[in-house]
Ligand binder design. Structure first.
Ligand code: SAM
Length: 215
């Protein structure tokens, strides 16, 4: 079942990749989400840091991060091969590695990354707990996980993302408490959450990876 759901997402994003960078949602949601990552990441930025952007789409966030910290080692992964092709097509000489892959089976060694970001992709994952457990596995001890997704804890968000769920099908925008509990159940602590972007309400969540995975 979840294999079929993921196949449908892959095909949908392959199609969307052609016009994705011109979508009105770039301004309304995606750029704003990336700005939130930069703000929250600022205290943790260091030379040589390893960052993984999950559901990286056409690589916009990864390239922006590379401009800010040229010494960072940045990886992007996405289930859509066509999104990754678009990301690769933007490459000049940046030190970024893109891969096609599924969040549920991340092709990276355990304890690899200092920071993981995931912008507006989480609601597509049919096994969200499995996804956060994988994120925890590939983070170093005290590595930071940052997720932004549609916020259904605000009335407007409930309406907007409720409609998105009906139209798109196969997606689920997790509630604030539910995500907090899920992160803590797989070994994250010091979970911090913040609602932002009143025009299209979004939820920022950050967790710190503890050493022991508790799945
Ligand atoms: C709305 S786009 C967001 C792209 C990018 N993060 C941004 O902020 O512009 C969601 C992305 O998640 C990817 N995605 C969906 N399911 C995935 C999965 N199971 N594993 C990895 N990526 C996935 C899609 O292919 C798509 O590129």
């Amino acid at each position: 079942m979840s294999v079929e759901i993921k196949k449908r997402h892959e095909e949908r994003f392959d199609r969307w990749s052609k016009v994705y960078d011109r979508s009105v949602l770039q301004m309304l949601i995606f750029n704003t989400s990336h700005n939130m990552f930069f703000k929250e990441m600022a205290p943790y930025i260091k030379d040589g840091m390893k960052v993984l952007d999950i559901g990286c789409g056409t690589g916009k966030f990864a390239y922006r991060l590379c401009n800010i910290n040229k010494d960072a080692r940045i990886h992007g992964i996405d289930i859509s091969g066509d999104m990754i092709k678009k990301a690769e097509a933007k490459r000049r000489d940046e030190n970024i590695e893109f891969k096609v892959g599924d969040v549920e089976n991340l092709p990276y060694d355990s304890h690899t990354f200092d920071v993981i970001t995931c912008s507006n992709s989480f609601h597509h994952y049919p096994n969200q707990k499995r996804a956060v457990a994988e994120m925890h596995r590939v983070l170093k001890e005290d590595g930071k996980l940052m997720i932004v997704d549609g916020c259904r804890d605000r009335l407007l968000g409930k309406v907007i993302f409720g409609i998105v769920e009906i139209v798109e099908g196969d997606v689920y925008h997790i509630f604030e408490n539910e995500l907090r509990n899920m992160l803590m159940s797989v070994g994250f602590d010091k979970v911090k959450q913040r609602k932002f972007n009143p025009m299209a309400p979004l939820l920022f969540t950050m967790g710190h990876a503890t050493k022991e995975k508790k799945l």
